[in-house]
Design a binder for this molecule. Structure first.
Ligand code: ATP
Ligand code: LTN
Length: 329
Protein backbone atom coordinates (compact mmCIF):
# COMPACT_ATOMS: atom_id res chain seq x y z
CA UNK A 1 0.00 0.00 0.00
CA UNK A 2 1.29 3.47 -0.78
CA UNK A 3 1.27 6.20 1.84
CA UNK A 4 -0.41 8.65 -0.46
CA UNK A 5 -3.78 10.01 0.63
CA UNK A 6 -6.81 8.83 -1.30
CA UNK A 7 -9.15 11.18 -3.13
CA UNK A 8 -12.51 10.31 -4.68
CA UNK A 9 -14.82 12.40 -6.82
CA UNK A 10 -17.45 11.99 -9.48
CA UNK A 11 -19.79 13.66 -11.91
CA UNK A 12 -23.24 12.42 -12.81
CA UNK A 13 -24.17 11.96 -16.48
CA UNK A 14 -27.35 14.01 -16.18
CA UNK A 15 -26.63 16.47 -18.99
CA UNK A 16 -23.83 17.93 -21.08
CA UNK A 17 -20.88 18.87 -18.89
CA UNK A 18 -20.30 22.60 -18.55
CA UNK A 19 -17.26 24.78 -18.05
CA UNK A 20 -18.57 25.04 -14.44
CA UNK A 21 -17.92 21.33 -13.91
CA UNK A 22 -14.54 21.72 -15.57
CA UNK A 23 -13.37 24.77 -13.64
CA UNK A 24 -14.96 23.85 -10.29
CA UNK A 25 -14.13 20.16 -10.18
CA UNK A 26 -12.08 18.54 -12.96
CA UNK A 27 -9.15 21.00 -13.06
CA UNK A 28 -8.35 20.31 -9.42
CA UNK A 29 -8.50 16.57 -9.99
CA UNK A 30 -5.92 16.80 -12.75
CA UNK A 31 -3.50 18.69 -10.51
CA UNK A 32 -3.93 16.19 -7.67
CA UNK A 33 -2.99 13.10 -9.65
CA UNK A 34 0.72 13.29 -8.88
CA UNK A 35 0.36 13.49 -5.14
CA UNK A 36 -2.65 11.33 -4.33
CA UNK A 37 -4.24 7.96 -5.00
CA UNK A 38 -7.05 9.16 -7.21
CA UNK A 39 -10.38 7.54 -7.96
CA UNK A 40 -12.75 9.26 -10.38
CA UNK A 41 -16.16 7.87 -11.12
CA UNK A 42 -18.91 8.46 -13.65
CA UNK A 43 -21.70 8.29 -11.09
CA UNK A 44 -24.47 7.02 -13.33
CA UNK A 45 -26.78 5.80 -10.56
CA UNK A 46 -26.95 9.41 -9.38
CA UNK A 47 -28.18 10.54 -12.78
CA UNK A 48 -31.34 8.39 -12.65
CA UNK A 49 -32.63 10.31 -9.62
CA UNK A 50 -34.31 12.37 -12.32
CA UNK A 51 -35.78 10.93 -15.52
CA UNK A 52 -33.22 10.04 -18.20
CA UNK A 53 -33.62 8.69 -21.73
CA UNK A 54 -31.67 5.41 -21.81
CA UNK A 55 -29.93 6.19 -25.10
CA UNK A 56 -28.85 9.63 -23.86
CA UNK A 57 -27.59 8.20 -20.59
CA UNK A 58 -25.57 5.52 -22.42
CA UNK A 59 -23.98 8.19 -24.66
CA UNK A 60 -23.18 10.55 -21.79
CA UNK A 61 -21.44 7.88 -19.72
CA UNK A 62 -18.90 7.51 -22.52
CA UNK A 63 -18.76 11.26 -23.16
CA UNK A 64 -17.93 12.01 -19.51
CA UNK A 65 -15.23 9.35 -19.56
CA UNK A 66 -13.74 11.02 -22.64
CA UNK A 67 -14.04 14.44 -20.97
CA UNK A 68 -12.08 13.17 -17.97
CA UNK A 69 -9.36 11.89 -20.29
CA UNK A 70 -9.32 14.97 -22.54
CA UNK A 71 -8.96 17.15 -19.43
CA UNK A 72 -5.81 15.30 -18.43
CA UNK A 73 -6.98 12.50 -16.13
CA UNK A 74 -4.46 9.75 -16.80
CA UNK A 75 -5.79 6.20 -16.32
CA UNK A 76 -2.25 5.05 -15.60
CA UNK A 77 -2.24 7.23 -12.51
CA UNK A 78 -5.92 7.27 -11.55
CA UNK A 79 -8.76 4.78 -11.38
CA UNK A 80 -11.55 5.83 -13.77
CA UNK A 81 -14.74 3.78 -13.57
CA UNK A 82 -18.49 3.67 -13.86
CA UNK A 83 -20.37 3.58 -10.54
CA UNK A 84 -23.04 1.06 -11.58
CA UNK A 85 -20.34 -1.44 -12.62
CA UNK A 86 -19.30 -1.78 -8.97
CA UNK A 87 -22.39 -3.03 -7.09
CA UNK A 88 -20.81 -2.41 -3.67
CA UNK A 89 -21.83 1.28 -4.02
CA UNK A 90 -25.56 0.56 -3.96
CA UNK A 91 -25.11 -2.19 -1.39
CA UNK A 92 -23.30 0.11 1.02
CA UNK A 93 -25.84 2.84 0.22
CA UNK A 94 -28.57 0.55 1.58
CA UNK A 95 -26.61 -0.30 4.72
CA UNK A 96 -25.94 3.40 5.39
CA UNK A 97 -29.64 4.16 4.91
CA UNK A 98 -30.26 1.85 7.84
CA UNK A 99 -27.17 2.46 9.96
CA UNK A 100 -26.11 6.09 10.25
CA UNK A 101 -28.63 8.26 8.38
CA UNK A 102 -31.75 10.00 9.66
CA UNK A 103 -34.61 11.35 7.59
CA UNK A 104 -33.99 14.72 9.24
CA UNK A 105 -30.46 14.77 7.70
CA UNK A 106 -31.84 14.44 4.22
CA UNK A 107 -34.61 16.98 4.78
CA UNK A 108 -31.94 19.61 5.43
CA UNK A 109 -30.11 19.11 2.13
CA UNK A 110 -30.09 22.32 0.11
CA UNK A 111 -29.71 20.57 -3.24
CA UNK A 112 -32.81 18.46 -2.53
CA UNK A 113 -34.83 21.52 -1.56
CA UNK A 114 -33.69 23.37 -4.68
CA UNK A 115 -34.29 20.46 -7.04
CA UNK A 116 -37.62 19.33 -5.58
CA UNK A 117 -38.94 22.89 -5.15
CA UNK A 118 -42.59 22.83 -4.18
CA UNK A 119 -42.97 19.22 -5.44
CA UNK A 120 -41.18 17.56 -2.51
CA UNK A 121 -43.73 14.75 -2.31
CA UNK A 122 -43.84 14.09 -6.03
CA UNK A 123 -40.15 13.53 -6.83
CA UNK A 124 -38.43 10.14 -6.67
CA UNK A 125 -37.30 8.69 -3.35
CA UNK A 126 -33.89 8.45 -5.04
CA UNK A 127 -33.59 12.22 -5.34
CA UNK A 128 -34.18 12.47 -1.58
CA UNK A 129 -31.87 9.59 -0.69
CA UNK A 130 -29.10 10.50 -3.15
CA UNK A 131 -26.67 11.95 -0.54
CA UNK A 132 -26.52 8.53 1.14
CA UNK A 133 -25.39 6.87 -2.09
CA UNK A 134 -22.84 9.67 -2.43
CA UNK A 135 -21.61 8.96 1.11
CA UNK A 136 -21.23 5.29 0.15
CA UNK A 137 -19.25 6.26 -2.99
CA UNK A 138 -16.83 8.21 -0.85
CA UNK A 139 -16.30 6.07 2.25
CA UNK A 140 -16.10 2.76 0.38
CA UNK A 141 -12.52 3.62 -0.63
CA UNK A 142 -11.13 5.02 2.65
CA UNK A 143 -11.23 8.40 0.95
CA UNK A 144 -9.58 11.24 2.86
CA UNK A 145 -10.22 14.10 0.45
CA UNK A 146 -13.18 14.87 -1.83
CA UNK A 147 -12.45 17.65 -4.35
CA UNK A 148 -15.79 19.17 -5.35
CA UNK A 149 -17.47 22.46 -6.19
CA UNK A 150 -18.98 24.56 -3.40
CA UNK A 151 -22.49 23.14 -3.88
CA UNK A 152 -21.36 19.69 -2.71
CA UNK A 153 -19.92 20.78 0.63
CA UNK A 154 -23.05 19.91 2.57
CA UNK A 155 -23.18 16.42 1.06
CA UNK A 156 -19.57 15.70 2.01
CA UNK A 157 -20.28 16.93 5.55
CA UNK A 158 -23.19 14.51 5.70
CA UNK A 159 -20.88 11.69 4.53
CA UNK A 160 -18.60 12.55 7.48
CA UNK A 161 -21.51 12.40 9.93
CA UNK A 162 -22.75 9.08 8.56
CA UNK A 163 -19.26 7.53 8.70
CA UNK A 164 -18.76 8.73 12.28
CA UNK A 165 -22.12 7.35 13.41
CA UNK A 166 -21.41 4.01 11.76
CA UNK A 167 -17.98 3.83 13.40
CA UNK A 168 -19.46 4.71 16.79
CA UNK A 169 -21.84 1.81 16.54
CA UNK A 170 -19.65 -0.83 14.88
CA UNK A 171 -16.03 0.18 15.40
CA UNK A 172 -13.52 1.99 13.17
CA UNK A 173 -14.52 0.70 9.73
CA UNK A 174 -14.51 3.95 7.77
CA UNK A 175 -12.05 6.80 7.29
CA UNK A 176 -13.66 10.21 7.85
CA UNK A 177 -13.46 12.22 4.60
CA UNK A 178 -13.06 15.95 4.07
CA UNK A 179 -14.22 18.22 1.22
CA UNK A 180 -11.65 20.20 -0.74
CA UNK A 181 -13.04 23.30 -2.43
CA UNK A 182 -11.08 25.61 -4.69
CA UNK A 183 -10.59 29.23 -3.68
CA UNK A 184 -11.39 30.56 -7.12
CA UNK A 185 -13.94 29.06 -9.49
CA UNK A 186 -15.69 26.90 -6.88
CA UNK A 187 -19.01 28.28 -8.02
CA UNK A 188 -19.30 29.39 -11.61
CA UNK A 189 -22.61 31.15 -12.06
CA UNK A 190 -25.18 31.04 -14.86
CA UNK A 191 -24.53 33.45 -17.73
CA UNK A 192 -28.18 34.48 -17.70
CA UNK A 193 -28.55 34.84 -13.92
CA UNK A 194 -25.47 35.48 -11.76
CA UNK A 195 -27.40 34.44 -8.64
CA UNK A 196 -27.85 30.89 -9.95
CA UNK A 197 -25.19 28.18 -10.26
CA UNK A 198 -24.21 27.27 -13.82
CA UNK A 199 -25.73 23.79 -14.15
CA UNK A 200 -25.84 21.23 -16.91
CA UNK A 201 -29.49 20.49 -16.15
CA UNK A 202 -30.52 24.15 -16.68
CA UNK A 203 -33.49 24.37 -19.07
CA UNK A 204 -32.12 27.58 -20.52
CA UNK A 205 -29.08 26.70 -22.69
CA UNK A 206 -27.94 30.34 -22.81
CA UNK A 207 -27.08 30.08 -19.10
CA UNK A 208 -24.28 27.57 -19.54
CA UNK A 209 -21.42 26.76 -21.85
CA UNK A 210 -21.14 23.04 -22.48
CA UNK A 211 -17.67 21.59 -23.02
CA UNK A 212 -18.99 20.21 -26.28
CA UNK A 213 -20.69 23.43 -27.47
CA UNK A 214 -19.27 24.59 -30.79
CA UNK A 215 -16.86 27.52 -30.32
CA UNK A 216 -19.25 29.69 -32.37
CA UNK A 217 -22.25 28.94 -30.15
CA UNK A 218 -20.10 29.58 -27.06
CA UNK A 219 -18.97 32.94 -28.44
CA UNK A 220 -22.58 34.01 -28.90
CA UNK A 221 -23.48 32.91 -25.38
CA UNK A 222 -20.67 35.03 -23.93
CA UNK A 223 -21.70 38.07 -25.96
CA UNK A 224 -25.29 37.60 -24.71
CA UNK A 225 -24.30 37.06 -21.06
CA UNK A 226 -25.99 39.48 -18.68
CA UNK A 227 -23.80 42.19 -17.16
CA UNK A 228 -24.23 44.57 -14.28
CA UNK A 229 -24.77 48.31 -14.28
CA UNK A 230 -21.73 50.57 -14.61
CA UNK A 231 -18.94 50.04 -17.11
CA UNK A 232 -15.68 49.59 -15.20
CA UNK A 233 -13.91 46.21 -15.34
CA UNK A 234 -13.33 45.48 -11.67
CA UNK A 235 -13.76 42.33 -9.61
CA UNK A 236 -16.52 43.11 -7.14
CA UNK A 237 -18.68 40.00 -6.55
CA UNK A 238 -21.07 41.86 -4.24
CA UNK A 239 -21.95 44.77 -6.50
CA UNK A 240 -20.99 43.28 -9.89
CA UNK A 241 -21.73 39.57 -9.59
CA UNK A 242 -22.16 38.98 -13.33
CA UNK A 243 -18.84 40.60 -14.23
CA UNK A 244 -17.06 38.87 -11.34
CA UNK A 245 -18.27 35.56 -12.76
CA UNK A 246 -17.01 36.41 -16.26
CA UNK A 247 -13.65 37.50 -14.85
CA UNK A 248 -13.36 34.20 -12.97
CA UNK A 249 -14.12 32.25 -16.14
CA UNK A 250 -11.51 34.23 -18.07
CA UNK A 251 -8.86 33.81 -15.40
CA UNK A 252 -9.57 30.08 -14.95
CA UNK A 253 -9.30 29.30 -18.65
CA UNK A 254 -6.54 31.73 -19.68
CA UNK A 255 -4.40 31.46 -16.56
CA UNK A 256 -4.17 35.27 -16.30
CA UNK A 257 -4.78 36.56 -12.79
CA UNK A 258 -7.89 38.65 -12.12
CA UNK A 259 -5.66 41.53 -10.96
CA UNK A 260 -3.85 41.57 -14.29
CA UNK A 261 -7.17 41.45 -16.18
CA UNK A 262 -8.40 44.47 -14.23
CA UNK A 263 -5.23 46.34 -15.21
CA UNK A 264 -5.43 45.29 -18.83
CA UNK A 265 -9.03 46.50 -19.14
CA UNK A 266 -8.70 49.71 -17.12
CA UNK A 267 -10.54 52.45 -19.00
CA UNK A 268 -12.17 49.98 -21.38
CA UNK A 269 -15.77 48.75 -21.29
CA UNK A 270 -17.75 45.52 -21.02
CA UNK A 271 -17.94 45.09 -24.80
CA UNK A 272 -14.15 44.88 -25.17
CA UNK A 273 -13.85 42.52 -22.26
CA UNK A 274 -16.57 40.21 -23.52
CA UNK A 275 -15.00 40.07 -26.97
CA UNK A 276 -11.73 38.90 -25.49
CA UNK A 277 -13.47 36.44 -23.17
CA UNK A 278 -15.41 35.01 -26.13
CA UNK A 279 -12.08 34.43 -27.86
CA UNK A 280 -10.52 32.80 -24.76
CA UNK A 281 -13.49 30.44 -24.45
CA UNK A 282 -13.49 29.61 -28.18
CA UNK A 283 -9.77 28.80 -28.17
CA UNK A 284 -10.16 26.67 -25.05
CA UNK A 285 -13.09 24.71 -26.53
CA UNK A 286 -11.37 24.16 -29.88
CA UNK A 287 -8.32 22.73 -28.18
CA UNK A 288 -10.37 20.67 -25.71
CA UNK A 289 -12.60 19.18 -28.40
CA UNK A 290 -9.61 18.24 -30.52
CA UNK A 291 -8.40 16.05 -27.67
CA UNK A 292 -11.91 14.76 -26.97
CA UNK A 293 -12.50 13.71 -30.58
CA UNK A 294 -9.31 11.67 -30.68
CA UNK A 295 -10.67 9.26 -28.06
CA UNK A 296 -12.88 6.49 -29.45
CA UNK A 297 -15.84 4.83 -27.71
CA UNK A 298 -13.81 1.62 -27.66
CA UNK A 299 -10.93 3.38 -25.85
CA UNK A 300 -13.34 4.82 -23.29
CA UNK A 301 -14.97 1.41 -22.70
CA UNK A 302 -11.60 -0.24 -22.23
CA UNK A 303 -10.57 2.31 -19.63
CA UNK A 304 -13.85 1.91 -17.74
CA UNK A 305 -13.47 -1.86 -17.73
CA UNK A 306 -9.95 -1.59 -16.39
CA UNK A 307 -11.12 0.85 -13.73
CA UNK A 308 -14.00 -1.45 -12.81
CA UNK A 309 -11.57 -4.22 -11.96
CA UNK A 310 -9.38 -1.98 -9.81
CA UNK A 311 -12.30 -0.34 -8.00
CA UNK A 312 -14.06 -3.68 -7.41
CA UNK A 313 -11.06 -5.07 -5.56
CA UNK A 314 -11.01 -2.17 -3.10
CA UNK A 315 -14.77 -1.89 -2.75
CA UNK A 316 -15.40 -5.61 -2.23
CA UNK A 317 -12.83 -5.83 0.55
CA UNK A 318 -14.45 -2.93 2.42
CA UNK A 319 -17.95 -4.28 1.83
CA UNK A 320 -17.01 -7.67 3.26
CA UNK A 321 -15.84 -5.92 6.43
CA UNK A 322 -19.15 -4.04 6.63
CA UNK A 323 -21.17 -7.25 6.22
CA UNK A 324 -19.21 -8.83 9.04
CA UNK A 325 -19.51 -6.00 11.56
CA UNK A 326 -23.25 -5.54 11.05
CA UNK A 327 -23.84 -9.26 11.52
CA UNK A 328 -24.98 -10.58 8.15
CA UNK A 329 -21.80 -12.68 7.87
P1 ATP B 1 -26.98 19.02 -12.26
O1 ATP B 1 -27.32 20.28 -12.94
O2 ATP B 1 -27.47 17.79 -12.99
O3 ATP B 1 -27.32 18.99 -10.80
P2 ATP B 1 -24.23 19.86 -12.06
O4 ATP B 1 -23.87 20.61 -13.27
O5 ATP B 1 -24.45 20.58 -10.78
O6 ATP B 1 -25.42 18.86 -12.33
P3 ATP B 1 -22.78 17.62 -10.96
O7 ATP B 1 -22.66 16.34 -11.64
O8 ATP B 1 -23.79 17.71 -9.88
O9 ATP B 1 -23.05 18.82 -11.95
O10 ATP B 1 -21.38 18.12 -10.38
C1 ATP B 1 -20.14 17.59 -10.68
C2 ATP B 1 -19.07 18.42 -10.03
O11 ATP B 1 -18.98 19.70 -10.64
C3 ATP B 1 -19.31 18.66 -8.53
O12 ATP B 1 -18.07 18.63 -7.85
C4 ATP B 1 -19.86 20.06 -8.52
O13 ATP B 1 -19.65 20.70 -7.29
C5 ATP B 1 -19.10 20.71 -9.66
N1 ATP B 1 -19.86 21.82 -10.24
C6 ATP B 1 -21.04 21.75 -10.86
N2 ATP B 1 -21.47 22.95 -11.27
C7 ATP B 1 -20.50 23.83 -10.88
C8 ATP B 1 -20.36 25.24 -11.02
N3 ATP B 1 -21.29 25.97 -11.61
N4 ATP B 1 -19.24 25.81 -10.53
C9 ATP B 1 -18.29 25.08 -9.93
N5 ATP B 1 -18.37 23.75 -9.77
C10 ATP B 1 -19.46 23.11 -10.23
N1 LTN C 1 -23.45 14.50 -5.79
C1 LTN C 1 -22.47 15.01 -6.68
C2 LTN C 1 -21.90 13.98 -7.60
C3 LTN C 1 -21.30 12.87 -6.80
C4 LTN C 1 -20.06 12.90 -6.09
C5 LTN C 1 -19.94 11.61 -5.49
C6 LTN C 1 -19.08 13.86 -5.91
C7 LTN C 1 -21.86 11.64 -6.59
N2 LTN C 1 -21.04 10.88 -5.83
C8 LTN C 1 -18.86 11.31 -4.68
C9 LTN C 1 -17.99 13.54 -5.10
C10 LTN C 1 -17.88 12.28 -4.50
C11 LTN C 1 -23.10 16.14 -7.46
O1 LTN C 1 -24.27 16.26 -7.55
N3 LTN C 1 -22.30 16.95 -8.01
Amino acid sequence: MSHKKTIFSGIKPSGDLTIGNYIGAITQWVEMQEEYNCIFSVVDYHAITVKQKPEDLRRRILDITKIYLASGIDPKKSIVFQQSAVPAHTELGWVLNCCGTYISDLKRMIQFKEKAGDKQDAVSVGLFDYPVLMAADIILYDTQIVPVGEDQKQHVELARDIAKRFNNQYGPVFVIPEALIKKEGARIMSLSDPMKKMAKSDDNPVGFIALLDSPEVARKKIMKAVTDSGSEIIYDPKNKPALANLLTIHSSLSGESIKSLEKKFAGRGYGDFKKELAEVVAVFLTDFQKKFNKISDADAKKILENGRKQATKLADAKMEKVRKVIGVR
